[in-house]
Write a protein that binds this ligand. Structure first.
Ligand SMILES: C[S@@+](CC[C@H](N)C(=O)[O-])C[C@H]1O[C@@H](n2cnc3c(N)ncnc32)[C@H](O)[C@@H]1O
Length: 307
């Protein structure tokens, strides 16, 4: 994969993107825009300070292509696969979807994206960068450089539990989400709309407190998207809606624009749409755009910057 899309073509793409975005950015609450194209072209075309929240879940640089199988389940009384309330379903493969995950120089690729992210964030804005533990320490140093150490807010650990276990080391079952404020001390953060979690020892709480639960910390236990769930799109590395809903609810205002520059199956858009935030999602994979269109519905326009 190229370190970045450079050269005169990129300059033209940025100019084109800037002109097109000025007209295409959503203005109504819950409205969105899907962009088929390169993340830097999108970021370069966005105005300064336009976004309250930017989330990015770039490829983790595993060195492999990531592919997922897309499966359609149809209710069928003669089938054997059981689902909700005992109903049976027939499943069929409707194709695969995926993206390349191999970089010559991951940090050189990431740096301009983070610099542009900082530029497009509003003063009260926040950036969430979702990475894995093999790259997270390098990414954190990079973000300290780009945003400033005083803008570091959190290293959120998303812990899950699925798949095979190692007998050679502790099984790796978490991702890292690095959180940086655009301006130290000025960021928006509000737990009011965030889901609450059960107390570990509810009997030590009053019944009211136990019933209400407590606010999450920086360690989030949350299942991956379950194989048989309605949420599952078949897009590889799809993140759970519960995780994105938490991020959007806490770190964006009602009138904010939420941007995801590696949107994949569009989970950030689904969370933003549900919470009435405006959103812009970009992905360079045609598979991703197809999945996003299906998930977000026909009212969300698609802008094609690949031509
Ligand atoms: C880990 S996936 C994102 C998954 C997403 N968070 C979800 O919940 O479905 C990373 C995505 O980044 C996209 N991507 C990689 N490089 C890109 C680039 N330069 N511009 C735009 N999208 C890119 C890939 O096509 C892929 O869909």
């Amino acid at each position: 994969m190229d370190a970045a899309c450079d050269g005169p073509g990129r300059g033209l793409a940025l100019l084109y993107a800037a002109a097109v975005f000025a007209a295409a950015l959503p203005s109504e609450s819950g409205a969105g825009l899907i962009v088929h194209g390169d993340a830097l072209a999108l970021l370069g075309g966005l105005p300064d300070g336009c976004a309250g929240l930017v989330y990015a879940d770039p490829p983790f640089n595993t060195g492999n292509r990531r592919d997922g199988v897309r499966v359609r389940a149809t209710r069928d009384d003669a089938a054997t696969r059981r689902g909700f309330a005992g109903a049976t379903y027939r499943t069929e493969r409707t194709g695969t979807a995926g993206f390349d995950d191999s970089f010559d120089d991951y940090l050189s690729w990431l740096r301009p994206h983070c610099e542009q992210t900082r530029r497009v964030l509003a003063r009260h804005g926040t950036f969430y960068l979702h990475v894995d533990p093999r790259e997270s320490h390098y990414c954190k140093v990079l973000l300290d450089e780009v945003f400033g150490r005083d803008c570091f807010l959190n290293e959120v650990i998303w812990a899950y539990d699925y798949g095979a276990r190692s007998t050679r080391r502790w099984s790796a079952k978490h991702d890292v989400i690095l959180v940086y404020a655009r301006s130290a001390g000025a960021h928006h953060f509000d737990l009011t709309g965030v889901d609450r979690i059960p107390y570990m020892a509810p009997r030590l709480q009053t019944s009211d407190r136990a019933a209400r639960g407590k606010t999450p910390t920086d360690v989030w236990w949350h299942t991956i998207v379950p194989t048989n769930s309605r949420e599952r799109t078949g897009y590889p590395t799809q993140k759970p809606l519960g995780v994105l809903r938490r991020i959007v609810a806490a770190s964006s205002r009602a009138d904010d624009l939420v941007v995801d520059w590696c949107a994949g199956s569009g989970t950030t858009g689904v969370a933003a749409q549900g919470l009435g935030r405006r959103f812009v999602l970009v992905d360079r994979s045609a598979d991703a755009v197809t999945v996003m269109r299906q998930r977000l519905g026909p009212d969300v326009p698609v802008l094609d910057l690949t031509g």
